[in-house]
Write a protein that binds this ligand. Structure first.
Ligand code: SF4
Ligand code: SF4
Ligand code: FES
Length: 370
């Protein structure tokens, strides 16, 4: 056992039953550097104040119950070394520990997961909805067809991504990273019979798949590499490319406009982005659909203000130069479009062209599942 060192944890305390406002308190903890922040919190609870509220069980990043924010970053307390947390806090500074964000605090470091996280999980109907009569015995699914959902299945429901999600801060109704990763677990499951209905529901919901702003925060903090944002992008690709769901949130139009513009110019023609996104993404039809016209008219005052202030130049509105090596961009499009089926990379599928072994994994061979 290595020698112990002294750390200071600055913990946010709050007990709604006391009638007092929240306050910060510092606790000196004497533990070995390789121990976790959770060990530090438990040390403070055992040696100094037995009333510190913290939820925990496994102490091994399995049960998902000890999510907190450490120096402002959402993480599992049991999965964060106290010496690493000290390095992040800075020499001589206390390690700041507070409850997870985007969820109401019940007491000290314990948040109400039912009010937010579990409610959102329920929102996506987190169970299989197979079509037809159940088989006499069990459903038989080829192992390779499950590779695509293995990453979302790794979720331990800790809520750390929910705590870190910037869209949730702005729109508390957003379905959120954990629940959308869960939704993909069933959308990608070949046994589910409601794939299109699930996708349509999440595409049409103003707080659904198009409410994510690609900030990567959930990818960065997830202790199990579920990469919730990647699962959301998978849901979008299924909704747009596979089922052509033209949603009222303009997700379909926005994606099509984006993809077409990069194919044409290599870079985004910003002035075209908004008008095309309002419709079905195409240049003429997209902008002349009744719904698109309505939204464009509503956006006109903003555009006029941009022109007046000089932020939007009329020349830039009309002309957009192609990249000098635009031909190479087109080649990438051709290569992708020539494939028989889309390859979704995840933890278990690492690439299709680096080596034979990796290629085998991409094709979902038995070896790929090992
Ligand atoms: S990438 Fe999307 S879901 Fe993930 S934290 Fe950012 S806004 Fe939230
Ligand atoms: S996706 Fe990751 S961070 Fe989010 S609840 Fe699941 S395991 Fe936790
Ligand atoms: S105590 Fe179980 S995940 Fe931290």
């Amino acid at each position: 056992m290595s020698e112990t060192a002294n750390y200071t944890l600055k913990i946010r305390r709050y007990d709604p039953e006391s009638g007092e406002t929240a306050f910060w308190h510092e606790y000196g903890v004497d533990i070995a550097p390789e121990r976790s922040v959770l060990d530090g919190i438990l040390y403070a609870r055992d040696h100094e104040d037995a009333s510190i509220g913290i939820r925990c069980s496994c102490r091994a990043a399995i049960c998902g119950s000890c999510g907190v924010r450490i120096n402002g970053k959402s993480a599992l307390a049991c999965n964060t070394r106290i010496s690493d947390a000290q390095a992040k806090a800075g020499r001589g500074k206390p390690i700041v520990v507070e409850p997870m964000g985007n969820m109401p605090v019940l007491k000290d470091l314990i948040v109400d997961m039912d009010a937010v996280h579990w409610k959102k999980i329920q929102r996506v109907v987190p169970w299989l909805l197979p079509d037809g009569e159940p088989p006499e015995r069990e459903y038989i699914v080829p192992a390779e067809s499950m590779i695509d959902v293995t990453q979302s299945m790794a979720c331990i429901q800790c809520g750390v991504c929910v705590s870190a999600c910037l869209s949730l801060e702005v729109d508390p109704e957003f379905v959120g990273p954990a629940a959308l990763a869960k939704a993909y677990r069933f959308v990608g499951d070949p046994r589910d019979g409601q794939t299109e209905e699930r996708l349509r529901d999440l595409a049409e919901d103003p707080h659904g798949i198009y409410d994510c702003t690609h900030c990567f925060a959930c990818v960065e903090v997830c202790p199990k590499d579920v990469a919730p944002m990647d699962q959301i992008m998978r849901l979008r690709r299924r909704a747009t490319s596979d089922h052509e769901i033209k949603d009222k949130n303009n997700g379909y139009g926005h994606e099509k406009a984006f993809v077409d513009m990069i194919e044409t110019w290599g870079t985004l023609h910003e002035a075209q982005m908004l008008p095309r996104s309002f419709g079905d993404g195409s240049l003429i039809r997209g902008q002349t659909e009744p719904g698109a016209v309505k939204q464009l008219v509503e956006a006109l005052p903003t555009a006029m203000r941009g022109l007046k202030s000089g932020k939007v130049a009329p020349k830039k509105l009309l002309f957009h130069p192609k990249l000098p090596d635009q031909g190479n961009v087109k080649k990438i499009y051709k290569e992708i479009e020539s494939r028989d089926e889309r390859i979704e990379l995840n933890l278990y599928i690492v690439g299709d062209n680096a080596s034979d072994e990796e290629g085998a994994m991409a094709e979902g061979s038995e070896e790929g599942l090992a």
